[in-house]
Design a protein around this ligand. Sequence first.
Ligand code: AMP
Length: 256
Amino acid sequence: MNQYTFKELNLAPALYRAVEKEGYEVPTPIQIAAIPPLMEGRDVIGCAQTGTGKTAAFALPILHKIATDRPRPSAKSATVLVLTPTRELAAQVGDSFKKYGKLLNLRHSLVFGGVGQWPQVQSLIRGVDVLVATPGRLLDLMKQGHLNLSGVKYFVLDEADRMLDMGFMPDIRKVIAALPDKKQSLLFSATISREIRDIAGKLLKDPVSIEVERTSMTASNIEEKVFFVNDSDKHALLSDILKDPEISRALVFTRT
Ligand code: AMP
């Protein structure tokens, strides 16, 4: 059991209240490890999976700094830029920033592909405090002159290993090259490969390295089974399983 409380982390009152409202009682291990160095302005490389509380581990200290310094976003730019591999994750991370930063009255924007770009372009005109984006559409908007990264003070590369798997590395390099020199950078990844280290080396200055164990979240009354199945048989197997009269309710998780 960790003994830390959110109070000891000395977050700005608006954030402390938001955390209380969420019903979080104690910070998770990654929050305990990441929040103090991030509040001090250090760069961080974090090895952590989803489910560890990593979003709050970066969102809370960044919002704390914004609450303290109140930087004004510059037009067509963003103070905080978070890059995520998928639109679903972008939406989730965007929601977390909104939730935790609710009392700060910030401007937020989400940028991802697969939908019309005009609402996104409109939302960027005056500049935003927090921009969460996937790499492809971000670069598109930059190329068209709707967005520049000159105002970025905080940059987060989230789920970097998934971005590599999805072939985003050339895009990420372009984004990093367009960022100003003076900024605080964070990189989170479930695994730290040689390529991730390479990107970290280019992006991060004297980073604090944080690693947290994957905590097993399976409740003791849940029995787990694994089926090894060919890709082409997956759907048939799933519908067979769901037809089982023993199953009255089911949750199906997919990768995207
Ligand atoms: P993440 O690892 O960022 O995907 O977060 C996983 C879930 O944990 C989210 O639903 C958060 O709302 C929740 N969470 C984050 N921090 C805490 C905390 N300190 N106590 C309880 N739940 C939390």
